[in-house]
Design a protein. Structure first.
Length: 145
């Protein structure tokens, strides 16, 4: 299933990480989202990554914030800055969501650089010994340590 989401890299950037609005695919359980060549696994409960993310990249351990798109168009954290890259294929849906006729060029930029995601490979990776989603995500190596 595809869904329109806001995705922001938190690792190493706090609230100023690169950010995208685009389509993600979700796993059957909804606990993993696939975007831009990555498999992002949801952290359980109220747990947050060291950088404040609610998802973690299953391969790199990087922390991400993933959420629905805000209707008011203010998706960045209030302390965040920088342009949000909007996936070209998602522009129409995003404009409908925020009830706008055009993108705010001061806040957003259209991108064609979103990579395909090999969901089959990432699903196998998530289901192999040591990569499954147990109660403690610390077994995933992190670039933050």
């Amino acid at each position: 299933m595809k869904a329109l989401r806001y995705i922001e890299l938190k690792s190493g950037h706090s609230d100023n990480g690169p950010a995208w609005i685009g389509y993600v695919s979700t796993s059957k359980t909804g606990r993993t989202v696939y975007f831009d060549g990555r498999g992002l696994m949801k952290l359980k409960g109220q747990r947050r990554g060291e950088s404040g993310g609610n998802y973690v990249d299953m391969e790199t351990g990087e922390s991400f914030w993933v959420s629905g798109v805000k209707k008011n168009g203010e998706d960045h954290h209030w302390a965040g800055s920088g342009k949000i890259l909007v996936e070209a294929a998602a522009v129409t849906a995003y404009l409908q969501t925020i009830e706008a006729k055009a993108l705010d060029k001061a806040r957003c930029e259209v991108t064609d650089s979103i990579r395909e995601t090999d969901i089959v490979r990432l699903t196998k990776l998530a289901n192999t010994a040591g990569k499954g989603w147990g109660d403690n995500p610390a077994h995933i190596h992190s670039s933050e340590t």
